[in-house]
Design a protein around this ligand. Structure first.
Ligand code: ATP
Length: 676
């Protein structure tokens, strides 16, 4: 921090005020970050660089931050690069005049496409000096690649990558790929971005904190002052809170530069149209555990519906001027009205649920002009008038649904109200939010309802309510703090103020796991034309590695195996990615490896230590540090297409589940918040 607080030298001296930020400057910062694992040093490099951007070219702050967090736009925009390893190899080959065969050979030897690009680029004679790349230019180039669709898309994407690669490394310096992990090579970082992960140990959370530090230091410097550590901490807190309610740098960064970081909360609040990251629950495996946690406080139980999370945003078209004035920042949207549904993952589901969107206005009284609801959408049996199991919802079409063609009807069960008539109400108590929800909305059978709830505090009452929830085709219960500040809605947190009790896990490990498919084994007997078993992994966000946790071959129907074979065949890769932690023993290798793309929900009897798997190796569960945690008798439940691979169950969560098993320890330990 001393370096940051003092007016130190700019980390990148060769760019002048007002000039676009050179991409080489960002790559230099990346290469410094890559050489350390210490979070404070990583943060210092990032903050110093962002501070220089603020001082010289503040208009480039947004593109710089986006490139640092490996995103082209906020998640809800749905702008994805959609590029696989083979397309990248093709582009590297074509842009450097090397054959695809040679590139593939290099990839086999080096195992990191970023470094393959560096090698290819450094052996290529430079005929002319290309114009240096800028941060805004690279972001635009990447956005153009992502936007290519339709016929000939692949060819056009390759052309876009080639354009960027040919302009990369304008300094022409030869980089030794064995030294300094390839150094500040532009080609390397372009390729890493295209692969979807920079793999620098630079978590988004770290960039957010660095941004807050850079901004507060810059503001103080403008006034000839230096911020105190208290000022720094306050700035970080403001930015974290604002981002969790309004996860859009496109909105936050311009507002922060204009109004200053300390005034950000007044200008950036939750607003309809921009999905916030949902609050999540901690697993428990006994009602007594819940009672221990909430001892002395009031709590409420709700059915845990088994469907798909739906965050519903609405602003009435006819919103009057007075109300518009109160809706900070939503005036533009309010003019045309908003009706959107977002997934747990902030994906826009509006094209999947036009039937729900068409009905929103009929659920509210005439004084309700805007809201954000947190709900579960569940398949509905229109004859029996009851909830159907999750499997029914799976059969519903996912895109471009026409209301008249809807076969699987859904009913929406609302459990929280986060924004109402121009005001974010996340800080109110759950009791108050629920009262408002019940006052303003009216249930419509088979279309909209309130999550069934019960406020009894006794073990017997909870047990009876749990049994009823199971009879009503629910997964179990959600138990939530009801009063006081702790009952506020905590966006993006897996919080101890929300606990889940799942019926299937009462005596097991408390929850299912969401795991990433890394590899597969060919089937035997009846299953020779498909994969018969799979290698799964959890995710370690601090090392950005996937750590293997089990082989699985149970719970799949023949039809599912065929479907999986089809989709997984498209993402086969020649060798495991360098960020897969797996056993290297010959007999344990899967027959094929995959890109990390699919997340599956898996059930297990219990967790055990095994030298064959790597999950949680670094979490101190095995004193020797050699054994990882593995699943015993794992069983496939479903594909979680609402989760990305880096949202899979984390190594720390697996370790926490392992430790909580009766046989291992009876100690409770502090709860970890793995999200921010
Ligand atoms: P899983 O859905 O597998 O339990 P998760 O990580 O998606 O895991 P959790 O926090 O573990 O989410 O569980 C909460 C999920 O349960 C919510 O995301 C939501 O989709 C669903 N849900 C159903 N009923 C409720 C309810 N009454 N309150 C809150 N969430 C509910």
């Amino acid at each position: 921090q001393t370096k940051l607080l003092s007016k130190s030298k700019d980390p990148y001296p060769d760019w002048k005020a007002g000039e676009p930020v050179p991409y080489a400057a960002l790559c230099k910062t990346f290469s410094l970050v890559e050489l350390t694992t210490k979070r404070l040093i990583i943060m210092e490099h990032c903050s110093l660089f962002l501070r220089q951007v603020l001082r010289l070219t503040p208009n480039d702050l947004l593109p710089t931050v986006l490139l640092m967090i490996n995103k082209l736009a906020p998640d809800y925009v749905g702008l994805e690069l959609g590029i696989g390893e083979s397309l990248i190899m093709k582009a590297i080959g074509e842009s450097t005049g090397r054959s695809l065969q040679v590139i593939k050979q290099d990839q086999k030897e080096i195992g990191d496409l970023g470094l393959v690009a560096v090698k290819s680029r450094s052996t290529q004679p430079t005929m002319f000096k290309p114009k240096p790349l800028t941060v805004r230019g690279v972001l635009k180039g990447l956005i153009d690649i992502a936007k290519v669709t339709g016929s000939g898309a692949q060819g056009n994407k390759v052309a876009g990558i080639k354009k960027l690669l040919s302009a990369a490394d304008a300094t022409g310096g030869k980089v030794d790929i064995n030294k300094d992990k390839g150094g500040p090579s532009e080609a390397k970082f372009i390729i890493r971005f295209l692969e979807g992960k920079l793999r620098l140990g630079l978590a988004e959370k770290t960039v957010l904190v660095s941004l807050a530090q850079a901004m507060i230091c810059h503001e103080f410097e403008m006034r000839g002052k230096v911020p105190s550590t208290d000022d720094m901490a306050k700035a970080e807190q403001v930015l974290k809170t604002v981002y969790s309610e309004l996860p859009s740098y496109d909105v936050i960064i311009p507002a922060m530069v204009e109004h200053g970081i300390m005034n950000l909360r007044e200008h950036c609040k939750l607003r309809p149209g921009i999905p916030l990251k949902p609050m999540l629950a901690k697993p428990t495996k006994a009602i007594t555990e819940v009672l221990d946690r909430f001892e002395g406080q009031t709590f409420t139980c709700e059915y845990k519906y088994d469907g798909e999370r739906a965050q519903i945003h609405y602003v009435a078209k006819d919103t009057d001027e007075e109300l518009k004035k109160n809706m900070q920042g939503v005036t533009k949207e309010a003019a045309d009205g908003v009706a959107s549904i977002f997934s747990r993952n902030s994906e826009d589901l509006s094209k999947k649920y036009p039937d729900i969107l068409a009905k929103l206005h009929t659920w509210v009284d005439k004084d309700t002009k805007s809201f954000v609801l947190d709900c579960e959408s569940v398949a509905w049996d229109t004859v029996e008038k009851k909830v159907l199991p999750f499997q029914q919802l799976m059969t519903r079409k996912k895109k471009d649904v026409k209301i008249e063609d809807v076969k699987v009807k859904v009913c929406v069960f609302a459990f929280d109200l986060l924004y109402y008539n121009g005001e974010a109400i996340v800080e109110k108590s759950l009791r108050d939010r629920r009262d408002l929800l019940h006052k303003a909305f009216t249930p419509v059978e088979g279309e909209f309802g309130f999550a069934t709830s019960m406020n009894g505090q006794e073990l017997d009452e909870i047990q009876t309510f749990l049994d009823e929830s199971v009879k009503a085709s629910c997964e179990g219960l959600m138990v939530k703090m009801l009063d006081g500040t702790e009952s506020g809605y905590e966006p993006s947190k897996r919080s101890r103020n929300w606990l889940k009790i799942k019926k299937d896990y009462l005596s097991g490990i408390g929850d299912s796991l969401d795991l990433v498919v890394l590899g597969a084994y060919y089937g035997k007997g009846k299953r020779t034309s498909v994969y018969g078993a799979f290698l799964l992994a959890c995710y370690n966000p601090s090392s950005e590695r996937y750590e293997t946790v089990c082989n699985i071959g149970t719970g799949f129907s023949e039809a599912v195996l065929e479907e999986l074979h089809k989709s997984l065949s498209e993402i086969v890769i020649d060798r495991p990615k360098p960020f897969y932690s797996h056993s290297t023993g010959g007999q344990h290798q899967p027959d094929v490896w995959f890109e990390p793309r699919y997340v599956w929900e898996v059930k297990t009897a219990d967790l055990t230590l095994s030298p064959r798997y790597k999950a949680g190796c670094k979490e101190g569960v095995d004193p020797s540090g050699e054994k990882g945690i593995s699943l015993r008798f794992p069983r496939f439940i479903k594909i979680r297409d609402d989760k990305k691979p880096d949202e899979a169950t984390t190594s720390r969560q697996v370790a926490e589940m392992y430790r909580k098993q009766e046989s291992v320890s009876k100690s409770k330990g502090p709860a970890v918040d793995d999200d921010f």
